[in-house]
Design a protein around this ligand. Structure first.
Ligand SMILES: *[C@@H]1O[C@H](CO)[C@@H](O)[C@H](O)[C@H]1NC(C)=O
Ligand SMILES: *[C@@H]1O[C@H](CO)[C@@H](O)[C@H](O)[C@H]1NC(C)=O
Ligand SMILES: *[C@@H]1O[C@H](CO)[C@@H](O)[C@H](O)[C@H]1NC(C)=O
Ligand SMILES: *[C@@H]1O[C@H](CO)[C@@H](O)[C@H](O)[C@H]1NC(C)=O
Ligand SMILES: *[C@@H]1O[C@H](CO)[C@@H](O)[C@H](O)[C@H]1NC(C)=O
Ligand SMILES: *[C@@H]1O[C@H](CO)[C@@H](O)[C@H](O)[C@H]1NC(C)=O
Length: 700
């Protein structure tokens, strides 16, 4: 509580840390015009949230008599709408503060208002500033302070967005590498990355170290303190005891100056598909001497490129399945000015030989085709390739420089305000659970969760990528966390009201025994969770929420995982009573995406989410062909099918998500979650078997 000169008592809505400056947004010195119009969103206190929760669950629970009896927009309004008293109190407050527009949504639980900046500042007791995005120069108007509202309104308002909330970022936003640090007592090269993408070869990147142990600032490397680095010896040794394989390459590295650091690269080092290698790198100086050797801490594996047919084959979708029912709708949701290109989409369909190339795409929000991004192209190409023919919406939530907010809550509210929203929605955006309220405003996480329940009640499926930086959600604030004394669940994949999806890659080396004593080369293809400890250059998410408790639909699976301590981190670093995620996984490594006319291998839970979403659209098609409704909120059904018919999922039993990346540099927590038999907090229930699921979904 805080007293103000106007004698009104104000209730602080944000916690003390609310409004910490987002590291990607810098305050601009020029003060905003006091008459500048600012748009805010006011989340009104809803009624009957318990009834909403019960209803959302019963229409999604295959054992309930109301299974599939989804509610309309108006029926949701009847449950949750704010009271007339609340609406009146908030509206009057906004009008008293010179609001020029007040838009109450159809559910009567959210108000969007526009008002002069000076009125807003006095109304919620903050000072607003312009903030500029360090990547693209966009300017938004926000406050770095905690906002507060008159105490008489605290029973009417959950939170206000657009004041101290900063925009959501894509999972795949690239970060600049940090300058290398080096201990001059060694002249071993400083390894930056050793990885394989899209083919049977490995690329090695390193900062060269001179013979005297100093980092070089020149190219050719070490010309300032000769001898120069003339060659590099890269030594590959099988990481699997079952195979004895060892070979060397001696190559001339290609070196360049990137952000005042010399980075050398050697690409196209041919290796054998699916084999796990330990890699050692030694520099050879121009006087013929060798440096000390650096060993990459993780094994490295290469696997073939993935195209839509790979996915259909792995998940047993009949070839050339095309959806003809216009009601089987789906969408990809985008933030942060991620746009897709129709010409790339067209070329992707042609080159991949996928039917349904003329499927219409409905665009909601802006789509600047000349500024197409990797995330948006990936999402739309893969959801449409897996479910060709399904009418697809590209739903882009725009942050218009100074006036608009962009966030997942805003999307959810817009969905609820729509009579016939897309049935299946894939979202590859998110952040660390512990940072949500700190950066987006106190109450943001809880309110988003209620909005997800409203959509569940409507029969809408929400698929969320569960993050690319392991169980620690390692990474820069606010999307990730720089350290991991405890593990960090990811939001919104940790919500019990969404289907959280992690990532696998394809390999015949898919059983734990392969990493011990047998050569698995000849086995049928299987899948392994994407992780640095299993040969890839990034790690899929997974874990347990600290804010949402375990939903009953997953309790038998999660209890049995929790009863196996050898797969778990110590109980002090995670919350065993929380909602466990992911629910399922799908391929997400080496997916070939068409970007600016070229095919590029793309990785990420960002790929797995639209792929899984496409499978759900196919299942919706099967159901509708048989006179049944869409699947809606999937989880109760998914776990029930897994219980009764385990073959409906391919169980991923290899994986460990302790690692991640900080500033694009691989980093590991001490602990993570291991994959195992049955559900686990990295591979979920496994990957879908469409053939079996298509039969199972007709039983309910
Ligand atoms: C590869 O290089 C290492 C280090 O110089 C050497 O010990 C090893 O014998 C070489 N292996 C082959 C197969 O040439
Ligand atoms: C990569 O190496 C293979 C075999 O050594 C070679 O055939 C191919 O042309 C190389 N590709 C590039 C892009 O250098
Ligand atoms: C679309 O993107 C291009 C390339 O970034 C930019 O030059 C152009 O101004 C953008 N157009 C609009 C309408 O924002
Ligand atoms: C963006 O904001 C400006 C005012 O700052 C407005 O003139 C323009 O119409 C807005 N654009 C969109 C697409 O909303
Ligand atoms: C909600 O939908 C109505 C039409 O039913 C529209 O007029 C209004 O602008 C929408 N509000 C928001 C915030 O999308
Ligand atoms: C663990 O999760 C429960 C249920 O979500 C929550 O009430 C509790 O505060 C969490 N504990 C910690 C230490 O975060």
């Amino acid at each position: 509580m805080q007293a103000l000169p106007s004698i009104l008592l104000f209730a602080a809505i944000c916690s003390v840390v609310c409004g910490i400056q987002h590291p990607d947004w810098h305050k601009v010195d020029i003060s905003p015009d006091p008459e500048h119009i600012v748009k805010i969103g006011v989340a009104l206190r809803q009624q009957n949230v318990d009834l909403l929760t019960e209803t959302a669950l019963s229409v999604s629970d295959p054992d309930s008599p109301s299974y599939g009896k989804y509610l309309s927009m108006d029926e949701i309004t009847e449950i949750v709408s704010a009271t007339p008293t609340t609406i009146k109190a908030v509206t009057n407050w906004l009008l008293d503060n010179k609001a020029i527009s007040i838009d109450l949504v159809n559910n009567r639980d959210f108000i969007f208002a526009a008002l002069p900046l000076s009125s807003l500042e006095s109304m919620v007791n903050v000072k607003m500033h312009h903030f500029e995005n360090i990547h693209d120069g966009r300017v938004i108007t926000r406050s770095s302070q905690t906002y507060s509202i008159p105490s008489y309104l605290s029973e009417h308002i959950d939170l206000i967005t657009g004041i101290s909330s900063f925009p959501m970022e894509s999972r795949r936003k690239s970060h600049k590498p940090s300058p290398p640090t080096h201990d001059s007592s060694s002249n071993a090269p400083s390894l930056i990355s050793v990885l394989s993408r899209g083919g049977p070869n490995v690329a090695v990147k390193f900062t060269p170290i001179c013979k005297n142990g100093q980092i070089t600032k020149t190219t050719p490397p070490c010309s300032e303190s000769p001898p120069t680095v003339s060659h590099t010896l890269i030594s590959f040794t099988s990481a699997s005891p079952a195979i004895s394989e060892h070979f060397n390459y001696t190559e001339v590295p290609t070196c360049s100056n990137i952000n005042n650091a010399i980075v050398c690269e050697i690409t196209n080092l041919t290796v054998v598909y699916y084999h796990n290698y330990n890699v050692h790198v030694t520099q050879i100086y121009s006087d013929g001497s060798e440096s000390e050797t650096s060993s990459w801490k993780w094994p490295v594996v290469s696997t073939p490129p993935v195209v839509p047919q790979t996915i259909s084959q792995m998940y047993r979708v009949p070839p050339n399945y095309v959806i003809e029912n216009p009601k089987v709708t789906q969408a990809v949701v985008e933030f942060e000015q991620q746009y897709f290109s129709t010409s790339d989409l067209q070329l992707f369909f042609e080159e991949m030989g996928i039917p349904g190339a003329n499927t219409p795409v409905t665009v909601i929000g802006p789509n600047n085709q000349t500024d197409a991004g990797g995330e948006a192209n990936l999402d739309i190409q893969y959801i449409m390739a897996v479910a060709p023919g399904a009418p697809t919406t590209f739903w882009s939530i725009y942050a218009n420089s100074s006036v608009e907010i962009d966030d997942i809550l805003k999307w959810a509210v817009a969905m609820s305000n729509t009579t016939n929203p897309p049935l299946v929605n894939s979202i590859s955006y998110g952040m660390s659970e512990n940072n949500v309220d700190k950066y987006l405003g106190d109450g943001y996480l809880a309110r988003s969760d209620i909005e997800f329940r409203k959509l569940a009640g409507r029969g809408i499926t929400i698929i969320i990528a569960d993050g690319d930086t392991g169980a620690g959600d390692l990474g820069a604030l606010p999307m990730g966390n720089p350290t991991c004394t405890t593990l960090h669940p990811d939001w919104p994949s940790q919500s019990p009201w969404v289907t959280a999806i992690g990532t696998t890659y394809i390999t015949p080396w898919a059983e734990p025994i392969c990493y011990k004593s047998i050569d698995c080369d000849g086995l049928p293809l299987g899948e392994v969770s994407t992780s640095m400890d299993n040969g890839l250059f990034w790690t899929t998410g997974g874990g347990f929420s600290n804010t949402q408790s375990q939903p009953s639909y997953q309790s038998s699976f999660v209890s049995s995982y929790l009863s196996n301590p050898s797969l778990l981190p110590p109980s002090s670093v995670f919350n065993a009573s929380g909602r466990g995620y992911p629910d399922a996984v799908a391929i997400g490594h080496n997916c070939m995406v068409c970007i600016e006319g070229e095919f590029i291998p793309v990785d990420g839970t960002s790929a797995s989410a639209p792929i899984f979403a496409g499978i759900v659209s196919l299942l919706n098609d099967v159901r509708m062909k048989n006179g049944k409704g869409p699947l809606g909120f999937l989880n109760p059904l998914l776990y029930k099918i897994a219980q009764n018919t385990p073959q409906a999922f391919y169980d991923v039993t290899v994986g460990y998500n302790r690692c991640g990346a900080y500033d694009w540099i691989p980093t590991c927590c001490e602990f993570g979650y291991h994959a195992g038999v049955g559900w686990d907090a990295i591979g979920g229930l496994g990957t879908p078997n469409f053939e079996i699921l298509a039969k199972e979904v007709l039983n309910y």
